[in-house]
Design a protein around this ligand. Structure first.
Ligand SMILES: C[S@@+](CC[C@H](N)C(=O)[O-])C[C@H]1O[C@@H](n2cnc3c(N)ncnc32)[C@H](O)[C@@H]1O
Ligand SMILES: Nc1c(NC[C@H](O)[C@H](O)[C@H](O)CO)[nH]c(=O)[nH]c1=O
Ligand SMILES: N[C@@H](Cc1ccc(O)cc1)C(=O)O
Ligand code: SF4
Length: 457
């Protein structure tokens, strides 16, 4: 369990990590492929809810079952994507307590004086960054951002926001800021260079893109799709249980709204991913309920291409600094999270090991605990770095091939939707991407793209 509850005795949750199931029964079901219940998941995540702490032998049994399932479902290939992270802006007033990526939006205003180490990019700047990365061979741009108060979905939405007189709807015209981020549609259109795969607009961003209107999420995602959006990142899910969201992100959309937005994206033909951000105040019951909600969403949509467990990075976050938690998940908890995700999500093919969160050594270990995907090259990273994580911002194809072969598996470059795949061999180094629109097999590192442009002030 995450240690948060010990750190803050005021947090009394209704969901407690107890169950009517036994560990042995849950393990037997996991081994023979019977669909697991929330109680089963609690038993597996805790290696038995009757005893405190994680039992090392039982943990190994869970990891083995998950690794075997991984081999049955996807075989020995380990995939990764040649991609670029392009965060458009750090301006955000939602105030999630686990996040240190954001900067108060006021600090980006023209008449604000004082330091600001955040950034906002114009659509033209985003295009240039994507254009440069395309020359390096990327297949995908992954773009998630703060909810800048000047953002509108498109010109029509801006018209609505400019005439709206509702203090509950946050909107400040772009003229008030040093840098104008444009509209979401302009940003997507700008990043949509030469058929690169655009992976963007989390449910939280989609919520911002319809604020002050009664437009459906389908309408919002349709307009974004028409501007070039290809798939939707499943962040903002955090823990899909209201009592946890109230503690860690009271300003964020609710669990139901996240699910509604995701289903809408799937309804208009977009692929989606799903995440869990764990290891803070939540307990194993919350993680288990979260997995159930994701599995139900996948039963309804079939559109989730991968599940990404995101281990909470604590050092620079308000949750940690305010003493609400005393750290993140342990290695044991991380391994069990990956394993139980594989065992519980019988309808999601790919489980991602996030090297940004786990690092190389532990990230590789996860590939033997049920994970089969090793994320992407990303080339730049702000969210984890600003939270105090220190596993870097890029992995090259040579590094990927060597690491994956070192554990006896087969490195494979993939497309975002996993439909295009290409095997690699570390002996052929130097290696580079081949699936991107401009990829020609050259190594990516010949020209690392520039870090975010100058801060707003
Ligand atoms: C920083 S937000 C950016 C997109 C958008 N503002 C949103 O909330 O959907 C993307 C995700 O990063 C993850 N994240 C933020 N801070 C984190 C931290 N300290 N450790 C792990 N994941 C974090 C959260 O899951 C969050 O939903
Ligand atoms: N796991 C993290 C990602 N994942 C993004 C992936 O690289 C890729 O976009 C996805 O697999 C689409 O198929 N990005 C981060 O910035 N940080 C992570 O922890
Ligand atoms: N969740 C996104 C990517 C992502 C993950 C974690 C982050 O901190 C940021 C972005 C996806 O893989 O679809
Ligand atoms: S997680 Fe997203 S919405 Fe929450 S504060 Fe950070 S950037 Fe803003």
């Amino acid at each position: 369990m995450a240690d948060g509850l010990d750190a803050d005795p005021d947090l009394a949750f209704e969901h407690t990590p107890t169950s009517d199931q036994s560990f042995e029964n849950a393990l037997a079901k996991a081994r023979d492929g019977t669909r697991l219940t929330v109680d089963d998941a609690i038993e597996l995540l805790t290696t038995g809810s009757d005893d405190d702490g994680i039992d090392p032998q039982r943990k190994e049994q869970v990891l083995e079952a998950a690794d075997r399932r991984r081999a049955e479902v996807v075989g020995e290939e380990v995939t990764f994507v040649a991609n670029l992270n392009n965060n458009v802006t750090t301006a955000c007033d939602v105030g999630c307590l686990f996040c240190n990526f954001k900067d108060a939006a006021q600090r980006f205003e023209r008449d604000h004086d004082g330091e600001n180490d955040g950034f906002t990019k114009t659509p033209a700047q985003s295009r240039e960054i994507v254009d440069d990365a395309l020359d390096m061979g990327i297949y995908e741009v992954c773009s998630v951002s703060g909810l800048h108060p000047a953002f509108a979905l498109d010109d029509e939405h801006r018209g609505v926001l400019e005439t709206l007189d509702d203090p509950d709807v946050q909107y400040t015209p772009p003229e008030a800021y040093d840098v104008d981020p444009g509209t979401y549609v302009e940003q997507i259109d700008a990043m949509n260079v030469d058929g690169v795969h655009v992976h963007s607009m989390t449910p939280e961003e989609a919520y911002h893109a319809r604020r002050g209107t009664d437009w459906s999420y389908e309408e919002v995602y349709r307009r974004l799709r028409d501007a070039g959006l290809d798939s939707v990142p499943g962040t903002a899910a955090e823990i899909l249980v209201p009592e946890v969201r109230e503690a860690i992100c009271p300003g964020k959309i609710g669990a139901e709204e996240w699910l509604t937005a995701m289903e809408a994206a799937a309804n208009v033909g977009l692929d989606i991913t799903a995440t869990i951000m764990y290891g803070h105040v939540e307990n194993a019951a919350h993680r288990a309920v979260h997995l159930q909600r994701v599995r139900e969403l996948q039963d309804r949509t079939g559109a989730i291409t991968e599940f990404v467990p995101l281990s909470f990075i604590h050092p620079e976050t308000p949750l940690y600094r305010q003493g609400l938690v005393d750290g993140g998940a342990s290695d044991d908890e991380d391994e069990l999270m990956i394993a139980v995700s594989r065992l519980f999500l019988d309808n999601v093919e790919h489980i991602q090991s996030s090297w940004v969160k786990y690092g190389d050594e532990q990230g590789l270990k996860m590939l033997s605990c049920g994970a089969d995907d090793f994320m992407g090259t990303i080339l730049s990273e702000e969210i984890t770095k600003r939270a105090g994580g220190d596993y870097g911002e890029i992995r090259t194809f040579d590094q990927y091939a060597e690491m994956i072969e070192s554990i006896g598996r087969v490195p494979v470059e993939r497309s975002t939707d996993y439909r295009k795949r290409r095997k690699l061999d570390a002996d052929d180094a130097p290696l580079g991407p081949l699936l991107g629109p401009r990829a020609d097999g050259s190594p990516m590192l010949d020209g690392v793209p520039e870090q975010p442009p100058a801060a707003d002030d």
